[in-house]
Design a binder for this molecule. Structure first.
Ligand SMILES: Nc1ncnc2c1ncn2[C@@H]1O[C@H](COP(=O)(O)OP(=O)(O)OP(=O)(O)O)[C@@H](O)[C@H]1O
Ligand SMILES: [Mg+2]
Length: 250
């Protein structure tokens, strides 16, 4: 008998309160969530329901208040501040709505940054960046500066960068919000292919129902909690159904 895989993310009763006293905002009110290896999970819900807060805690860039948040078995809420940068560098990739490309670096150099920080030599890092940019369809743009790229192309550079170190977990906050629908679908198709081909886990926060079909599983939030999906929400494609059985216990 094979044992269940260790979850990449495990949140139990996770809360987050911003501020205190009369002005306290209860952004997370007890979140239970499990993400499995190789899973592309989409997190949906109305503005202000706590999506960015949740993925920021999981990504160890924001402190949680109470509960449990384990990422790759590491207790994020009790991790020492000085250990977090190395943890992020080794295990996490980020892809945010504002692509955060360095305007002074070419596309290939932007993708190489996490590799260089991780100790790769310049030539090898550049070669790897070129390979990744080829995979995202930008082989002819490796030397372009961000200002010479369209929004969709910049987003693809950001995705290549997020996958560069082959992190175990990648978090994407609204990766298609600045893109037209065709480009948005291409970008998600790319994220899905890279997730499955490298068996990474990805959490995508989105409002964009057009991309729901790329998910292995969709989780809805409302007012700081995980809630059942609204009826009629378009689901993942049947090919992804093998993963829908690993939803977090309620
Ligand atoms: N730094 C902060 N200080 C105080 N309150 C905050 C802070 N960041 C977020 N909030 C509040 O926490 C709640 C959750 O915010 P969050 O950004 O996680 O929502 P979201 O689901 O990502 O929304 P959106 O879809 O608009 O991006 C909101 O009420 C927000 O106003
Ligand atoms: Mg947000």
């Amino acid at each position: 008998m094979t044992s269940a895989p260790t979850p990449v993310v495990e949140c139990r009763g996770l809360t987050k309160v911003y501020g205190q006293g009369d002005t306290a905002v209860h952004a997370l009110r007890g979140v239970d969530l499990v993400v499995q290896p190789g899973e592309l999970l989409m997190l949906v819900g109305p503005s202000g329901c706590g999506k960015t807060t949740l993925i920021s805690i999981i990504a160890s860039v924001l402190d949680g208040t109470e509960g449990v948040c384990r990422v790759l078995g590491h207790d994020i809420l009790h991790m020492r501040e000085r250990d977090k940068p190395a943890f992020r560098l080794q295990h996490l990739g980020f892809c945010f709505q504002a692509f955060n490309l360095n305007p002074c670096l070419s596309a290939a150099e932007n993708v190489a940054v996490p590799l260089l920080i991780g100790g790769w030599r310049y030539g090898r890092a550049l070669a790897r960046s070129r390979e990744l940019l080829d995979q995202v369809g930008l082989a002819d743009k490796v030397d372009a500066m961000p200002e010479q790229l369209s929004g969709g192309q910049q987003q693809r550079v950001a995705i290549a960068r997020a996958f560069a170190q082959e992190p175990d977990l990648i978090v994407c906050d609204e990766p298609t919000s600045a893109l037209d629908s065709t480009t948005g679908e291409k970008v998600l198709g790319l994220i899905r292919d890279m997730t499955h081909s490298t068996h990474r886990s990805v959490i995508v926060v989105t409002h964009d129902a057009r991309i729901f079909r790329f998910a292995d599983r969709i989780v809805a939030m409302e007012d700081g909690r995980i809630v059942p999906l609204p009826p009629g929400t378009p689901g993942p494609t049947p090919a992804a159904s093998h993963l829908t059985a690993v939803a977090a216990p309620s």
